[in-house]
Write a protein that binds this ligand. Sequence first.
Ligand code: SF4
Length: 190
Amino acid sequence: MLTKAVGRCYACKEMAHCHVLGEVNGPANAQVMFVGEAPGRHGAGKSGVPFSGDESGRRFEALLAVGGLRRADVFVTNAVLCNPLDGAGNNRRPLAREVRACLAYLRGQIEAVNPDYVVALGGVALDALGRIEAHGVTLASGCGALRPWFGRTLVVLYHPGRRAIVHRSVEAQEGDWRRLGEVVNANPSP
Ligand code: SF4
């Protein structure tokens, strides 16, 4: 139902409408949901699979492995489901109004999958989730932390893209993912 509605949505005029939502995102009852920023031009915008086909996707899968998590077990989505492009056809951050426009779909995914853990990958995802229910945390202050949120646990991590290394070293990020995996694997869904 949600996938069909998303496929018919053209609310954001300045985007490539790739509508990355469907079975490719992961199991409909996943214990863990990852929320990134947006499909990228060379990644999900082309492959149709979130975090797949570009450098962010490769780093995401490498960090999943560091955490001892399997992609087949997790649900992966983005704050916006289409690809934000600038006038030259390059990726750009989604605008606040675009995040707001896609918020009902993000909330719908969380309610439908009902994961125990929602993992914000970067500031755009963290901001979007805070619009669903306030969490009072920033990326810098809350990175690696787990906190109660929206009837489940919110986990804050940096986006796996290259630019995050400016703010958090590769080693620190790997430690964050290792801790996430330890918590998830110690508390499997019944
Ligand atoms: S990003 Fe979301 S709200 Fe915007 S056009 Fe795509 S599906 Fe619709």
